[in-house]
Ligand binder design. Sequence first.
Ligand code: PLP
Length: 397
Amino acid sequence: MPDNQVGDFAARNASITPFRVIELLERARALEAQGRDVIHLEVGEPDFPTAAPIVAAAHRALEAGATRYTQALGIPALREAISGYYERQVGIRVPPSRVIVTSGASGGLLLLMALLIGPDDELLLTDPGYPCNEVFVWLTNGTPVRIPLRPERQFLLNAADVDAHWSERTRGLLLASPANPTGAMLASDSLRSLADLVRQRQGFLILDEIYQGLVYETERPCRSGLEVAEDLYVLNSFSKYFGMTGWRLGWMVVPEAAVEPLARLAQNLFISPPSLSQHAALAAFSEPALEIHELRRQAFERRRDVLVNGLESLGFGIPLRPAGAFYVYTDISRTGLDAMTFCTRLLEEHAVAVTPGDDFGMINPERWVRFAFTADEARIKESIERIRGALKGWGLA
Ligand SMILES: Cc1ncc(COP(=O)(O)O)c(C=O)c1O
């Protein structure tokens, strides 16, 4: 396209920045093409392949010709299976009528923003947080407002923070638990007070539970915000716990009154979620698949410990041993380098790829780096040794 047409693009495009991690990933690929052995701790997806029972179900569905559009809100069998999952794994009743199958949590986010945010409405988000959230808000001409999360409070949001940022234009709050990039997980009573506050303010609460299931050693884990409040919009996905990132499938649980308008939006924006992925996902709740997912969760927990202990032994600050997800948000300020320089030098000089805080927030991002434990234990140990070598080489050991 000739350059002179760029001025014709909508103004919001100017605010959408590419992820810094993509630059690093491209550089990592170039290094690999030269024969370097890069350890990837930058990727936000499980390194495990989709579990065999799910893949087998997809094969069967393909043979049976499940290649057409489906119901806009998802095939009834999958909506029922998700409802059954809440009943068995979480211990709560969520009627299938309130479950909406989406094209990833990303599809769910788009539907919710279209439903809930109008021009000039404000939506409260966390900083740091999942970077795409604010782009969805811009698409509906709303304004994202960032609430800073404090490392000294383990990056946990509380009702007073939300109250302090609530304005006349605020419509609601979007937060994730467990969270990307911090692994922070809200306890039931904190979630309850957040839900109470938002209700008092006559707003809505969107709770992103895409890392549900990937939780570690919490004594009484809050398995879903739906345990403490019914009037939430809950986002979830088959991407992370169920290891199905490329299948582009997720779901939402929404208040009954929102189902019909969301159905209209879903019909218009997506027609239907992907058919094959839905049939495959039915097998994600089978006993054999759930056993595989549990073993993988345990592997993530061991990796977390290796990574956190290793980073701490190198003198990095880790405000929170992640309670969920697969990320360690690490304070690298002891190096005197900003995060982007740290990540670039670590990759170029020692072939370890990690993600700078710049991708997750605007408040002191230069101090933070996200390490993902999406590589096996041996590779994580090797990465710690490489970082030890880096610090020595930089005169910081
Ligand atoms: C917090 C959070 N929400 C939503 C998403 C989108 O996930 P998907 O569209 O694959 O379900 C991601 C992906 O990394 C995420 O980390």
